[in-house]
Write a protein that binds this ligand. Structure first.
Ligand SMILES: C[S@@+](CC[C@H](N)C(=O)[O-])C[C@H]1O[C@@H](n2cnc3c(N)ncnc32)[C@H](O)[C@@H]1O
Length: 249
């Protein structure tokens, strides 16, 4: 297993690098399903970086408590600063998310929300699969998992624009942080394999960015047994779409 990339020196710059390259699109993507997360109570945030999403979630949802796992101490400090007065609802864990063990079921209630914005692309498909399988036992049956990711859509835009952009990002992060991964994982296959079901998918910049809402419930259970009110974020989980597998680079 490669060591996690080192983003410490980027923690203060990260936001500005993002704004300079993609404008507000990444934050729009992260916040796409915020309205559906207002009833969540216990969240696990994987690699949330400087915490812009967590700060928004804490403001919008006054009761949610969050475990934030990130390998970068500087990112975690930025996250706490940004959370401000709400930081007492965040527990930080400086750890490699591929190895981090969620609390045992007897020690803490299950998570009803998992957050992974622009984080799964730092892992291989096998690593996403192992992570999802491990988390499956720590989430409630009504839990949701929000994912934001880069993607390479089919067609000329994917071939001529999205693929080179993603290639450039991987190589830039490789140089700046030591990231060894060089292609997008097939995270939809990995999440499905571990029993998660895609409920909604939205895209930006002609499909270069996607935002997804997954649920821990099986498709037939979701339709037959889990009423909308039982599901965290239920209002949005009505027009399920089929999973779309991102192309490998
Ligand atoms: C590209 S940044 C994304 C940050 C944020 N989620 C966003 O939406 O911009 C990836 C974050 O994941 C963290 N990270 C990368 N690999 C990790 C790993 N194996 N375990 C824990 N954190 C990791 C990095 O330190 C960084 O904060």
């Amino acid at each position: 297993m490669n060591p996690p990339p080192n983003l410490n020196h980027l923690a203060r710059l990260y936001r500005w690098m993002e704004l300079a390259s993609f404008g507000p699109s990444l934050q729009q993507c992260r916040c796409s399903f915020l309205a559906e997360l207002r009833t969540c109570r216990r969240a696990l945030a994987l690699g949330d970086g400087d915490g812009r999403f967590i700060a928004r979630l804490l403001r919008d949802n006054p009761t949610v408590e969050i475990d934030a796992v990130d390998a970068s101490p500087a990112m975690l400090q930025a996250l706490l600063r940004r959370a401000g007065a709400d930081a007492d609802r965040v527990r930080i864990h400086c750890a490699d998310a591929r190895l981090w063990q969620p609390p045992a079921p007897d020690d803490a209630p299950p998570y009803d929300l998992v957050i992974a914005h622009f984080f799964l692309d730092f892992l291989t498909t096998e690593e996403v699969q192992a992570l999802a399988a491990r988390l499956r036992g720590s989430v409630s049956p009504s839990a949701v998992w929000v994912v934001s990711e880069f993607a390479v859509p089919a067609g000329w835009f994917g071939r001529l624009v999205a693929r080179p952009v993603v290639w450039g990002l991987y190589h830039a992060f490789g140089i700046l942080t030591g990231l060894a991964v060089r292609q997008l994982p097939d995270h939809p296959a990995a999440l499905r394999e571990s029993g998660f079901t895609l409920r909604q998918r939205r895209s930006w910049l002609r499909g270069l960015l996607v935002s997804e809402l997954w649920s821990a419930g099986q498709p037939h259970l979701a339709n037959a047994q889990l009423s909308a009110r039982e599901m965290c974020g239920a209002n949005a989980i009505t027009d399920a779409q089929s999973a779309v597998t991102p192309s490998s680079l």
